[in-house]
Design a protein around this ligand. Structure first.
Ligand SMILES: [Zn+2]
Length: 138
């Protein structure tokens, strides 16, 4: 079968596969910092390992890479090793749902942002976080 991907799509997938979440995470944290939000933790032992966690407000934030978590807007299935990727991404989505459900059941609010949202409109993501934190100030 011919490779149905354009070069642009292929390089998008490759960059996503390589970068994983580090760039997203750093950009997001930079935005949090500029907004004056500093009372969060990273690398917590909270179930599901949220990228950012606000312990005081019990808010877990997940930054979902568009490739790894199958963003409806950006996801392009890789042409090579299609079966492997399909299974892998499916497992990721299943885990995402399980984690969100578990945390919510345990009184932790979950916010998930797509990679493209953080890239193109970080302020909107931060506003959403702030909105939540303000409502749940203890
Ligand atoms: Zn996306």
């Amino acid at each position: 079968m011919a490779d149905v991907h354009t070069r642009k799509q292929r390089s998008f997938n490759m960059s996503q596969i390589k970068a994983r979440n580090t760039t997203l995470e750093l950009n997001f944290r930079k935005s949090l910092y500029s907004a004056g939000l500093k009372n969060y933790r990273i690398k917590t032992k909270i179930y599901g390992k949220p990228d950012v966690f606000f312990p005081k407000n019990k808010l877990a934030v997940f930054l979902d890479g568009c490739f790894w978590h199958k963003c409806p807007r950006c996801y392009i299935a890789p042409a090579s090793n299609a079966g492997f990727w399909k299974e892998k991404i499916r497992e990721n989505i299943k885990r995402d749902r399980k984690i969100s459900m578990y945390l919510r059941k345990n009184g932790i609010k979950v916010l998930r942002f797509w990679g493209h949202q953080i890239k193109t409109n970080p302020n909107k993501c931060i506003a959403k976080v702030m909105d939540y934190l303000e409502k749940n100030e203890k």
